[in-house]
Design a protein around this ligand. Structure first.
Ligand code: CMP
Length: 217
């Protein structure tokens, strides 16, 4: 199954509370960059308010979206544990507030506490799994099926990306990038579904009118 727009980043309540106690608050304006791919990691982050986009941009300017991180979800752990540079850019989709735990505080917290390390292992295992599923999906499934799955996944998530009432706050461009296809091919399918009364296409958002119909694509 496609991983959808929201990377899994929830940690158990105890660890989450310890991390929050060591975090400083960081505000980002809409479109502001938190970190860039290739940079040295210095902190672990949690979205408290807003949405952060994880993505990579090619030299020709094409952007591939890995996922959207929504409130309560942690990210940026991979490079802190591997010692590798950041794998993706992270930037605020809307005005956002993040919690930032400095690398030294994270390492001190998990040092000698296998239960906390297991939480991060689980998180990274889930990310690895979703990456494999995404690769399989891209190779095996026709685009309408992948698009339908992504929309259903979004509508099921409790993300602020979903404003309720079947409204999905995502642009056709973001959907195209997330699925690695052109905006035109996404638009063609959405228009077909709109004509069939399955959804309504708005500027930078979609309204799912008959989400159950997407299950049969
Ligand atoms: P880091 O490499 O520090 O910065 C980019 C972050 O993206 C990474 O840590 C993870 O937190 C997150 N990330 C990496 N791979 C995935 C994935 N497959 N799904 C969701 N998030 C990911």
């Amino acid at each position: 199954m496609n991983p959808g727009p929201m990377p899994m980043g929830a940690l158990n309540a105890e660890l989450d509370a310890h991390l929050r106690a060591r975090a400083r608050r960081q505000r980002l304006g809409r479109g502001e960059v938190l970190f860039l791919r290739g940079s040295a990691p210095d902190a672990l982050y949690c979205v408290d308010v807003g949405v952060v986009r994880l993505c990579v941009t090619s030299s020709s300017g094409r952007e591939a979206v890995l996922g959207l991180v929504t409130p309560g979800h942690w990210f940026g752990e991979a490079s802190l544990f591997t010692g590798e540079p950041r794998s993706h850019d992270a930037l605020a989709v809307v005005d956002s507030e993040l919690l930032a735990v400095p690398a030294a505080a994270l390492h001190e917290l998990v040092d000698g506490r296998p239960a906390y390390l297991l939480q991060f292992l689980r998180l990274m295992g889930l990310r690895y799994r979703s990456t494999l599923e995404r690769l399989d999906d891209a190779a095996l499934q026709p685009l309408p099926v992948r698009l339908a799955r992504k929309l259903l996944e979004m509508s099921r998530s409790d993300a602020t990306a979903t404003a309720g009432d079947g409204v999905l706050q995502i642009s056709q461009e973001d959907l195209a990038h997330a699925l690695g296809v052109s905006r035109q091919s996404i638009n063609r399918i959405l228009k077909r579904w709109e004509a069939a009364g399955v959804l309504q296409v708005n500027y930078r958002s979609l309204v799912l009118l008959k989400p159950e119909a997407l299950g049969f694509v």
